[in-house]
Design a protein around this ligand. Structure first.
Ligand SMILES: Cc1cc2nc3c(=O)[nH]c(=O)nc-3n(C[C@H](O)[C@H](O)[C@H](O)COP(=O)(O)OP(=O)(O)OC[C@H]3O[C@@H](n4cnc5c(N)ncnc54)[C@H](O)[C@@H]3O)c2cc1C
Length: 398
């Protein structure tokens, strides 16, 4: 979109086949799939650039550790992540993940997952192999681990910006920043009219992908799905010495947060062990993990706290607990350059909210901390179930 792009007026609302509210990864993935299915797409976001959960996370598509339907969705999205990385020009690595085991119970949980999966998907590692993945000369405190083959990594600081810029350049694609959706109603020709802070827009199909802010637009729907905001403390550090971490690094506390691990027979024993030996981590509902960005800096996290509205205050003791654990795994100290709070939608009802709020208005929110992992697979499914395929506009323009 440039300065000459038409602006909507009350008497003449602009029209596209599909309108997506929210330029986080869920909205952009829906927009990309709709465009490739042959539909014109407008994306609006209230901010001047995306600064939501999709830029505050680890950039980790945690595919291998999903289970059931989420696993299928995550696997469906995997090739799409790689395809759009190529087309939109953002970095994506088939780097997998390494889970560090520091106790026999942790190793047992990893062994159980490895046995349950096809050969090669979850490979057990020796202590020396895990230490090598971490760039450590010694393996003190590590007794083994596992490599999760199918996980992907992207750089969360740039991915959504690149994807949005790419969409905006495609025939039939437009991204309008600083344009907030305020409400929805009937439009002309049975379309939906979206009232925005810059005038009305109309579309045949609207996807509302506003992450944890569903309650601002649809309070009853959010209440029915018991959506709460989960706040996480994160930090970024540049290592003192050269470090080359390909995979995402996960730990025992990560195992307690992903279903593929918690389904195994030893999960309860692991939960009890963490509660006994690392109560400070259990208290902050930690998932001690980290990833390395292409610029070398480390994204470190994280803690979890749940509320309808999140207090903005970051407890220093939480960061200290996370750092202490991470330094132990890395075998070196880390110096913090930045801290931030990330927020995502959470619900005890289930990990996905997909609801027809009105004819032609579909609300999509991932209500668990796996929106990066599920984004493209979920978009693929929602576009296929809401829009009949057409000849792609991108191809028509060639
Ligand atoms: C710290 C942290 C770590 C995480 N780690 C991982 C991980 O390792 N792997 C993983 O898979 N997931 C992870 N997640 C979860 C993942 O980041 C989210 O599930 C995902 O980013 C949600 O994407 P979204 O597009 O729904 O939301 P967001 O990225 O928050 O985007 C929503 C957008 O909607 C816009 N918006 C809101 N209201 C309006 C309105 N009325 N009008 C117009 N625009 C509006 C906002 O401005 C925003 O840009 C993590 C999340 C956090 C916070």
């Amino acid at each position: 979109m440039n300065e000459n792009t038409p602006r909507p007026t009350d008497s003449q609302p602009l029209h596209s086949d599909v309108l997506v509210v929210g330029a986080g990864i869920i909205g952009l993935a829906h927009a990309a799939r709709a465009l490739d299915a042959g539909y014109s797409v407008t994306v609006i976001d209230r901010d001047h650039q995306a600064v939501g959960a999709s830029v505050r996370n680890f950039g980790h598509a945690c595919i291998t550790a999903q289970s059931g339907e989420l696993y299928d969705i995550a696997q469906q999205g995997r090739p799409l992540w790689l395809e759009y990385a190529q087309r939109a020009g953002f970095w994506a690595a088939e780097a997998g993940a390494v889970v560090v085991a520091a106790s026999e119970t942790e190793l047992q949980v990893l062994t159980e997952l490895s046995t349950a999966r096809e050969p090669g998907q979850v490979t057990l590692l020796s202590a020396a192999q895990v230490a090598a993945e971490l760039g450590r000369e010694d393996a003190a405190g590590i007794i083994g681990g596992a490599r999760l083959r199918d996980d992907l990594r992207v750089d969360p600081r740039v991915t959504v910006a690149k994807l949005a810029a790419w969409l905006d350049c495609q025939d039939g694609g437009a991204v309008r920043w600083n344009t907030a959706a305020l409400g929805f109603g009937p439009g002309e020709h049975r379309r939906t009219r979206v009232m925005t802070s810059r005038g009305p827009l109309e579309a045949d199909q609207v996807f509302v992908c506003v992450g944890h802010d569903v309650d601002y637009l649809y309070p009853q729907l959010a209440a029915d799905h018991k959506i709460r905001r989960c706040a996480l403390q994160m930090a970024r550090s540049t290592p003192n010495q050269p470090m080359d971490l390909g995979p995402a690094i996960l730990t025992a506390t990560s195992m307690l947060r992903y279903e593929a691990f918690t389904e195994g027979p030893s999960a309860d024993k692991l939960r009890a062990e963490v509660a006994q030996n690392q109560p400070h981590l259990q208290q902050i509902e930690a998932n001690v993990m980290f990833t390395q960005r292409p610029d070398g800096s480390l994204l470190l996290g994280d803690s979890h706290s749940y509320d309808l509205t999140q207090p903005p205050f970051l407890a220093e003791s939480t960061t200290a607990s996370l750092l202490q654990s991470i330094e132990k795994i890395l075998g070196t100290s880390v110096e913090i350059e930045e801290r931030w709070q990330g927020v995502y939608a959470s619900s005890e009802v289930g990990p996905l909210l997909i609801a027809e709020a009105a004819p032609g208005v579909t609300v999509v929110s991932v209500t668990a901390g796996v929106g990066m992992t599920l984004s493209f697979g979920l978009a693929e499914r929602n576009i296929a179930s809401h829009l009949a395929p057409r000849q792609p506009l991108v191809e028509l323009a060639r």
